[in-house]
Design a protein around this ligand. Structure first.
Ligand code: FAD
Length: 310
């Protein structure tokens, strides 16, 4: 409950325009702990650094809720550029995309622009033997994202596209069951948005219990799981679960965010687990940064100290 109140406070305050412009103008040096620079080139350089520690990468051009079709197409063009740039560096691209950033919910020529742009991105990702994960956003977008995911798996195959389920949502267990026929590659997360109690569990222990339930069910069903968490207890439990059930290390991977628990990322990679870091980059870092602050009270002090210094 305290966690929920803290998150609510941070996300409410960070939504205020004055706070946003203050943090945008003075906070970049602090945000760099979580964001790998502003350009595709800096993000690609981070891929190389992580690879030296045996850690795989997931590139994410920051941006969400794009209001016009022009902006959505521009954003999609930048993702296509990222795929080209990664491929040119000999990297099999693995990227994450928020459908709201490429036009989800905007109708153009009778077709959802988010789906049209996702098809363009996936066409190129497939050409480069790459992978696209459709990030999960706030709850009003879940239905459409899962519907579009189903369409895209049908067109491009589950080896090229995955999506995310959030354990704080009551609906996620039913969603996982309903997707099972696709043999989907799913990332399981706890969930990062400010959601009402009518749709999301307010108690952290329940979110954590549901997290385990979703991961175990997806592993037992023989599907690929991206265990995306920094929670050491859950990570240890998953390690025990796979050992007890004879599930191979190829059936899942651990995923964490750039700048968070790099020590743990390295340790797991050294133990032979597949580990992937989510590398966000780009100018539109504010909303992503606010969610990271909302996850951990200690991060507020880190931001304030950094802003006062700099
Ligand atoms: P928590 O219980 O919140 O944290 C466990 C421990 O991890 C903490 O005690 C702390 O040591 C460390 N930690 C966690 N967060 C931070 C932080 N910000 N700073 C420093 N330490 C921290 N959410 C979505 O809603 N949609 C998505 O598509 C999505 N994609 C994600 C992809 C990846 C690879 C990851 C790792 C997370 C993603 N998330 C997404 C965010 C997720 O929902 C959680 O908000 C976030 O991972 C924090 O929860 P946790 O599982 O690490 O557990």
């Amino acid at each position: 409950m305290i966690d929920q109140l803290y998150r609510k406070a941070v996300l409410t305050v960070s939504g205020q325009k004055q706070i946003e412009s203050l943090v945008r103008s003075r906070g970049w040096s602090v945000a760099q702990r979580f964001v790998a620079g502003e350009s595709a080139q800096t993000a690609i350089a981070a891929v190389g650094e992580l690879a030296a520690d045996g850690i795989l990468s997931n590139l994410d051009l920051l941006g969400e809720f794009v209001a016009s079709p022009e902006k959505a197409n521009e954003f999609a063009a930048q993702v296509l550029h990222l795929l080209d740039a990664a491929h040119a560096e000999g990297i099999k691209p693995y990227v994450s995309v928020k459908l709201s950033s490429v036009g989800q919910g905007q109708l153009v020529d009778g077709q959802d622009l988010g789906l049209t742009n996702a098809r363009r991105i996936l066409g190129k990702a497939r050409e480069y033997s790459g992978f696209v994960c459709l990030d999960m956003e706030d709850h009003p977008r879940v239905d459409q994202t899962l519907e579009q995911f189903r369409v895209l798996v049908g067109e491009f195959g589950a080896q090229h596209v995955g999506t995310v389920l959030q354990s704080y949502l009551y609906r996620s267990e039913a969603d996982r069951n309903s997707l099972d026929d696709l043999r989907p590659n799913l990332r399981i997360v706890k969930g990062a948005y400010l959601e009402p109690e009518s749709v999301a569990m307010p108690i952290k222990a329940d979110v954590d219990a549901n997290y385990r339930k979703l991961v175990y069910a997806h592993l037992k069903a023989g599907n690929y799981v991206n265990v995306a968490t920094h929670d050491e207890t859950i990570i240890a439990d998953v390690q025990h679960f796979v050992l007890a059930h004879g599930i191979s290390k190829d059936a899942f991977e651990f995923q964490m965010l750039y700048g968070i628990r790099r020590d743990l990322q390295k340790e797991l990679a050294a133990q032979g687990y597949r580990v992937r870091a989510y590398i966000p980059y780009g100018r539109d870092w504010y909303a992503y940064f606010s969610r990271r602050i909302a996850e951990r009270p200690a991060n507020v002090m880190f931001v304030l100290r950094g802003m006062l210094k700099g």
